[in-house]
Design a protein around this ligand. Structure first.
Ligand code: TYC
Length: 100
């Protein structure tokens, strides 16, 4: 009877890692703190404590990181923030920077 032998086959796999983008919230004098916390919880999926810490960082330092995503997701988040802010009468702005 034939015996079976087992070999290890090496495979080359192309892994596509998307470029990542940082989404920052910017401070202003008119958007309420509660609204910014709401944005961080609903659009950036932050728990309330972290959302509050990020909001206060933006308030004190002018800019704060809301999240890091592939380009299309980052752009969608920015659009959602600006749309929600406009609907609610706030000038809240957010920007994207390449994460490298
Ligand atoms: N500076 C705002 C205030 O005093 C609060 C605020 C925080 C606004 C973060 C925007 O991204 C922001 N009401």
């Amino acid at each position: 009877m034939d015996e079976k032998i087992y070999i290890e086959e090496k495979q080359e796999i192309d892994i596509h890692l998307p470029k990542l983008y940082r989404v920052y919230l910017l401070n202003d004098d008119y958007t309420t703190m509660d609204f910014v916390v709401h944005i961080l919880m609903t659009i950036f999926d932050k728990p309330k404590t972290e959302a509050t810490a990020i909001m206060l960082h933006v308030h004190r330092h002018g800019k704060g990181l809301a999240g890091i995503y592939p380009k299309e997701i980052a752009e969608t988040k920015v659009h959602e923030v600006h749309t929600l802010a406009r609907i609610n009468g706030f000038p809240l702005k957010c920007i994207i920077e390449r994460d490298d």
